[in-house]
Design a protein around this ligand. Structure first.
Ligand SMILES: [Zn+2]
Length: 310
């Protein structure tokens, strides 16, 4: 996913009054249609509002569809031949590989590509790496918070095992910067005509990589005995921050765009830390080192191939 954003400072469409070129065009169009300002039919206010903010609605819908794509990631588990309960460790290995590849290719690489546009090489890299360290610290904190006592409380019990909760948290957080990318992409189109289609392009790229990510969420759950419906809902929910984050990001590009690099770093850090601290060691408890290494590499390759082929 290569992301190029436009202007740093947004020009709010609401500020485009009749004095501006766009405002004059709007008034001209009204008079062509036979409406003066006083004669404007009641629905036009709504239409005008929609025209001004359609990019916000579009970014929300695109983010929502990307979340549904994440749910579709559970489909390979519908096969009756895959009995994960016997191979729970391999499930962790594959999920680890999927998440690691997503961290590298969908979070760190886009962050470094975006950073390269800033010109100063070391500053954007540092921003990303500092975000990454915070992501690691966040996940380590969440891990120590989930003590056996807390996990036995009814609130956490409903969510599942410690590992399932951690995967859910890490994937939820990693969806926020992706939603921000969708929102900023749609808003950038408004400010720069050359970027037409950017929002949809980013949303599509995210929707495609969401599918194997949904699989990563579902694998440990399914291995733990969860139903396909529960896996689908959990995968969908981990991506729900995407449409939610897309809305404020599309409206406040000037605020969110500078935060993209640390956000991407944070999400990558949380996911990579989870893979190394939990998924791989858990897998090693039931399988040999070689088996876990192979399952990890299989997950990594699937993530890369899905994005390349789709
Ligand atoms: Zn992702």
């Amino acid at each position: 996913m290569r992301i190029r954003f436009g202007a740093n400072k947004p020009i709010a469409r609401s500020q485009q009054g009749s004095g501006t070129y766009a405002g004059r065009q709007l008034l001209a169009r009204r008079s062509v249609n036979g409406y003066s300002k006083q004669q404007t039919p009641p629905t036009s206010t709504m239409q005008e509002f929609y025209t001004q903010y359609s990019f916000v609605v579009e970014s929300f819908i695109a983010g929502l569809l990307a979340s549904v794509a994440c749910g579709f990631g559970v489909f390979p588990l519908l096969s009756k031949r895959i009995d994960l309960t016997k191979h729970i460790g391999l499930g962790y290995g594959v999920a680890g590989g999927l998440m690691f590849a997503a961290s590298v290719y969908n979070l760190l690489l886009p962050a470094f590509t975006l950073g390269a546009q800033e010109g100063m090489k070391i500053v954007p890299v540092l921003k990303t790496l500092i975000g990454m360290l915070f992501g690691c610290a966040f996940l380590a904190g969440a891990n120590s918070f989930l003590t056996p006592e807390r996990l036995s409380s009814p609130v956490f019990k409903a969510f599942g095992s410690r590992l399932e909760i951690l995967v859910f948290i890490a994937m939820c957080f990693h969806s926020i910067p992706e939603g921000v990318a969708v929102g900023v992409g749609y808003a950038s189109e408004i400010h720069n005509e050359n970027l037409h289609g950017l929002g949809l392009y980013i949303a599509l790229a995210i929707a495609i990589h969401n599918m194997p990510e949904g699989l990563a969420v579902a694998l440990p759950m399914r291995a733990g005995g969860a139903t396909i419906t529960k896996c689908f809902i959990a995968a969908f929910l981990t991506s729900l921050p995407q449409p939610i984050a897309a809305v404020p990001a599309s409206l406040l590009v000037w605020l969110f765009e500078p935060l993209m690099l640390p956000f991407f770093g944070f999400a990558a850090g949380a996911m990579m830390f989870l893979v190394i601290e939990d998924l791989v060691p858990e897998g090693l408890e039931t399988h040999s080192r070689a088996e876990i290494a192979w399952s990890f590499m299989a997950g990594f390759s699937v993530m890369v191939l899905v994005q390349l082929l789709l």
